[in-house]
Design a protein around this ligand. Structure first.
Ligand code: GRF
Length: 226
């Protein structure tokens, strides 16, 4: 099996981060963080069931218990952990604890799939440049937690989903991939978000697989998959 080489040429605040596999295809592990329903996670679980996908989900973490996402992971036999913000007096302590729980699984990539918390400095020091998040709008339009609602209210005719490398901002990191979805005249926030999520899951599976199997680089705002 080929050895994974993570070549961080500069610190994450600097423009070039390269993660390359040394030899072609290998199975790389990821940690997925969720906060809710977990349909994006389920898409990754289903894809990872095929060895040819080349991705192993080492663990699923959450910021709350009793969510469908954790049930999906446990049903698939994937280790889980829960790290609630309320368990820590300071947000920074939660962030550091989350980072160390994730680090225990030595992931090649961390995937925020409907994880509704912002990761902070300690987390980004450890996983910056190798954490991706999926957002249900075409960034930089409609960042934040109401992407589909904001797009609908603005009256756009096309919206979609964005996969990006997490940085210190809110939905501001370098873009890995985007997928577009038409807005229908009779859409509600719910119907629009469901249509976005169908496209989003496909994009997530496709690009997480490619990033893990093939490696990628981030130069300034440009993400290139090898
Ligand atoms: C996704 O649309 C994600 O982009 C957003 O919340 C939704 C999570 O869906 N942040 P699920 O939990 O994966 O079903």
């Amino acid at each position: 099996m080929g050895r994974w080489v993570a070549q961080v040429r500069r610190r994450i605040s600097s423009p070039i981060v390269t993660h390359k596999t040394q030899t072609g295809s290998t199975t790389g592990s990821i940690v997925v963080l969720v906060s809710g329903c977990g349909t994006n996670l389920q898409a990754l679980i289903d894809a990872a069931a095929n060895p040819g996908y080349g991705v192993r989900i080492a663990a699923v973490g959450a910021d709350r218990d009793d969510i469908a996402g954790l049930t999906r992971a446990r049903r698939a036999g994937i280790p889980t952990f829960v790290c609630p913000v309320a368990d820590f007096p300071l947000r920074a302590e939660w962030d550091a604890a989350l980072a160390s729980q994730v680090a225990a699984y030595h992931p090649r990539l961390v995937v925020l799939a409907g994880f509704m918390k912002l990761t902070g400095e300690a987390f980004l020091r450890q996983f910056g440049g190798r954490t991706v998040n999926t957002h249900p709008a075409l960034l930089p339009s409609f960042p934040g937690i109401k992407g589909p609602k904001d797009a609908l209210e603005y009256g756009v005719k096309v919206t979609g989903a964005t996969l990006f490398v997490v940085d210190a901002g809110v939905d501001t990191g370098p873009i890995v991939a985007q997928t577009a979805v038409k807005v229908a005249d009779d859409d509600t926030v719910e119907t629009l978000h469901e249509r976005i999520k169908t496209a989003e899951r496909q994009m997530l599976v496709d690009y997480v697989g490619r990033m893990v199997r093939d490696g990628y680089s981030v130069k300034e705002r440009k993400v290139t998959i090898s």
